[in-house]
Design a binder for this molecule. Sequence first.
Ligand SMILES: [Zn+2]
Ligand SMILES: [Zn+2]
Length: 200
Amino acid sequence: MCAIIGANCPPERAPRLGVTQEPLYCATHPKIETNLRCGKCGKLICPKCMVYTPVGARCPDCAQVRRLPIYDVSAANYLSALGAGMAMALVAGVVWSFIPGFVSIWVPLLIGYLVGEGVSRAANRKRSRGLQVIAGTMVFASFIVLQLFRLFVQIAASGRELPMEVVSSAAIRSVVSGLLNPYLLVVLALGIYLAVTRTR
Ligand SMILES: [Zn+2]
Ligand SMILES: [Zn+2]
């Protein structure tokens, strides 16, 4: 140990005068030395328990409180979002089938906005990846409802009794052939994007 400060001492070895060098320990991990503190409550934290948030390093408690309100999506939130999304997809698909050809292609934009808004409200404006998936899927589902509803109207109008396998293969064909329309694909993708951004 050097007695005279600055005399041939490596800088890091020089004792710093006036600063107590008491080692500090993490509040959660008493064996880990640290001098990091939670930016909110001032509790000592270490790299093992600190949580990075948009406003800086936080202890686990404070990070939890911050995350709770909007990103904590409960099963009830998901259920009501799914229920609202399915109901809207069903109604939207049927209404869509009554809209004439050239306007019809733009309908997914409106559906995307409405379904995204509906799913977001049903989930109390919560945000999560799962809600985005529900919103996007329900926009696509409205297109399937449209194609199936059109098919069933045709079958009903023909007055014929068709066996189940004929109906189901016709249903698949009608959905696939609808998707082969590149304009519809683009607008449908935009509608899904709109719905997803409403819940993001
Ligand atoms: Zn804290
Ligand atoms: Zn710790």
